[in-house]
Write a protein that binds this ligand. Structure first.
Ligand SMILES: Nc1ncnc2c1ncn2[C@@H]1O[C@H](COP(=O)(O)OP(=O)(O)OP(=O)(O)O)[C@@H](O)[C@H]1O
Length: 235
């Protein structure tokens, strides 16, 4: 399927089903999901606890392959493109449990991600860019140069967000990114997601329980009993 401009969607799920094999029985969490995601759009995925939101995110972000169906980036099947290549070059994920490198400072976590994904250093170098991003989401230099294990949960969450922003990828995924943040910081993060989509033409996909976050996204999708349904959200 192609968009009105004739280009393939940045991300497409076709006939995607996913089953977990437990010790006693198999559980099918996602059933035959078909959906296209476009650049320049901020999506939220809502759904009750256990409905498969995190599973959907791991398949769409290339952490895992579906048991059936295909996931493609810019028209290319991820299994052909390579899941590792897709994750390194085209997609970044803000995990629910941050996944920070615990022996490093906040700024080192961000610069390391920039090195791995091959982001060009820019005029001031990677460190200056990392400090700028951390400052933008409310972490000053003193906090940014502290080991991440000496930061609060909300501060660690902000480091995870800055790390994903630093990678300059096509698609940004986030699992409950504002869960640990106060209202002002959460609002700032949501503004950043909107700006990434609307001014930098990124595709932003956020899994959440927050109706407030969903209300500020462009498209709200709901996952229920393994099926994904689309509703139009306010822009
Ligand atoms: N690795 C796994 N092996 C077996 N079952 C799993 C595995 N991961 C998730 N599940 C099951 O799949 C279902 C969907 O889980 P998932 O974490 O995707 O839901 P969710 O919508 O993100 O939930 P929440 O909102 O509570 O975070 C749950 O029943 C869960 O127990």
């Amino acid at each position: 399927m192609t968009s009105a401009t004739g280009t393939p969607p940045v991300l497409r799920l076709e006939g995607v089903s996913h089953t977990y094999a437990g010790q006693r029985r198999r559980t099918t969490v996602l059933k035959d999901i078909d959906h296209s995601f476009e650049r320049g759009t901020f999506y939220t995925v809502l759904g009750p606890s256990g409905s498969g939101k995190t599973t959907l995110l791991s398949l769409a972000s290339g952490l895992d392959a579906p048991t059936r169906g295909t996931v493609s980036f810019d028209g290319q099947d991820l299994t052909t493109l390579g899941l590792g290549r897709y994750r390194n070059r085209h997609a970044a994920t803000i995990f629910q449990h941050y996944n920070l490198l615990t022996y490093m400072t906040a700024v080192q976590n961000v610069t390391t991600a920039m090195e791995i994904t091959g982001v060009k250093p820019g005029p001031g170098g990677r460190r200056a860019r990392a400090l700028e991003l951390l400052e933008r989401i409310g972490l000053d230099k003193d906090t940014a140069t502290r080991n991440v294990m000496r930061l609060s949960g909300g501060q660690q969450q902000r480091v995870a967000i800055a790390r994903a922003l630093a990678c300059d990828v096509d698609i940004l995924f986030a699992d409950e990114p504002t869960g640990n943040l106060d209202e002002d910081t959460a609002r700032g993060i949501i503004d950043t997601f909107r700006e990434l989509a609307h001014e930098q033409d990124k595709c932003v996909i956020v899994v959440t329980h927050s109706q407030r976050l969903a209300a500020r996204s462009d498209r709200v999708l709901t996952l229920r009993r393994g099926r994904l349904t689309a509703g139009k959200g306010p822009r």
